[in-house]
Design a protein around this ligand. Structure first.
Ligand code: ATP
Ligand code: MG
Length: 273
């Protein structure tokens, strides 16, 4: 199987991007996939939530390798990568990435720096998940340029009308100018509180609004304090609360994501035949 690169993106903050990146990634690893998680946010939330509470003290991060790409310097095998005990590799980030984003303005092929790096490591992985920052700036454009597809977490209680439109417009622009093959895997409803939101109703509404053009994942992620706790433990929800509803929701999402790939492989081989 070839490598699937998935950007987990939404410029709205706090919608569950990082939580989804960590738990979908570790979920895929539990299903036997080789997984790299890339922290593309200078806040370093993914880095922290995978057990590195002081990202600013890490000697090597995504900034190290991207700077080397920019300077055409060679990157050592596994440079910058950390191993997480639950079976995924992590390319961490810290505040240096904010400076790097600014300096990209004056860089040749500035939208393709991350892609160039990922091209050099992707043969080693089945899945690479990119945890985007909450903006549509140059770093996020880099993730959309490098990705095969986008997964969009949306917080159920704030149905985003404008925000989502803006993200879809950006995706379309990237398709036109930088990455024609970019697909949208779908919208993932997160932090669903069954007492106040009816997930089915919201999914239905989203499907109607986007004319069936956008998939909404069948799996929805429930709201649970257990999910909010994991960042401070450095573990996945499967390790922290294995029998809980959020663990089973992320497990179901993992299966859905794997199925997407099987479908794509099948339609490819149908085309060849
Ligand atoms: P940012 O835009 O800042 O990068 P994000 O989109 O990555 O945010 P997260 O950091 O994953 O979002 O989640 C935002 C907050 O909500 C965090 O405190 C997280 O622990 C919490 N959270 C995530 N998922 C759930 C859930 N299913 N139930 C309850 N709380 C959650
Ligand atoms: Mg985040």
């Amino acid at each position: 199987m070839s490598c699937n690169i998935i950007a987990i993106a939404n410029q709205k903050g706090g919608v569950g991007k990082t939580t989804t990146c960590a738990n979908l990634g570790i979920g895929l690893a539990q299903e036997g996939q080789k997984v790299l998680l890339v922290d593309c946010d200078p806040q370093g939330s993914l880095t922290i939530s995978l057990g590195n509470p002081m990202p600013d003290q890490l000697p090597e991060t995504i900034s190290t390798v991207l700077t080397k790409v920019i300077n055409d310097a060679s990157i050592k095998a596994r440079e910058g990568l950390l191993e997480h005990s639950e079976g995924v590799d992590l390319l961490p980030a810290n505040i240096e990435l904010a400076g790097l984003e600014v300096s990209l303005v004056n860089t040749m092929s500035r939208e393709r720096i991350l892609k160039e790096y990922l091209d050099s490591v992707k043969s080693k992985y089945d899945y690479i998940l990119l945890d985007c920052m909450p903006s549509l700036g140059m770093l996020t454009i880099n993730t959309l340029t490098a990705a095969d597809s986008v997964l969009i977490p949306v917080q159920a209680q704030y149905l985003p009308a404008k925000g989502l439109e803006q993200l879809l417009q950006t995706i379309n622009k990237v398709r036109k100018q930088l990455n024609p093959k970019l697909k949208i895997d779908g919208i993932l409803l997160t932090m669903v509180d069954s007492r106040t939101n009816d997930a089915k109703e919201i999914s239905q509404l989203l499907r109607e609004t986007y004319g069936g053009k956008l998939k909404v994942f069948d799996s929805v992620i429930p709201h649970s304090v257990r999910a909010a706790e994991i960042a401070s433990y450095g573990k996945s929800i499967y390790a922290h609360d294995p029998k809980g509803k959020v663990a089973s929701a992320y497990h179901a999402l993992t299966k859905e994501v794997l199925k997407l790939e099987t479908k794509r492989q099948k339609s490819k081989s149908d085309l060849i035949r």
